[in-house]
Design a protein around this ligand. Structure first.
Ligand SMILES: [Zn+2]
Length: 119
């Protein structure tokens, strides 16, 4: 019984945090996409185990709900990173040039993010 209650509370917390993350992601996506004006399809907020975000070939964007625990500059970096994959589906120089248009210190953010392990 006790265990079950804890599981349910965990689930409720997750759903709440996921909705918080969704609102934040949409807000930042709209902000940055006023500049980029790329076309994306759906935005999913997921409980991902090993990544912060991804972009599908179909143009869907996925984000880990845990991004709400990150500092603002890292959230913005992640949003811009996935947004720029809509145009450049790789990590080549053209991709980083796009990212740099709005996140000048993207190298620092990229490094900082690598040091944070997803739990
Ligand atoms: Zn990437």
């Amino acid at each position: 019984m006790r265990r079950r209650r804890r599981v349910q509370r965990g689930r409720k917390d997750y759903l709440l945090k996921r909705e918080e993350a969704r609102a934040l992601v949409h807000e930042r996506l709209e902000y940055f996409n006023k500049i980029y004006q790329f076309k994306y399809q759906k935005v999913f907020i997921k409980n991902l185990r090993s990544r912060w975000g991804s972009c599908s070939k179909k143009g869907n964007l996925n984000f880990n709900y845990r991004i709400i625990y990150l500092p603002e500059e890292l959230i913005d970096y992640l949003i811009v990173h996935e947004l720029c994959h809509l145009k450049e589906f790789n990590h080549g120089p053209k991709f980083w040039a796009l990212v740099e248009q709005t996140i000048q210190n993207y190298k620092n953010s990229r490094l900082a993010l690598r040091k944070i392990h997803i739990k």
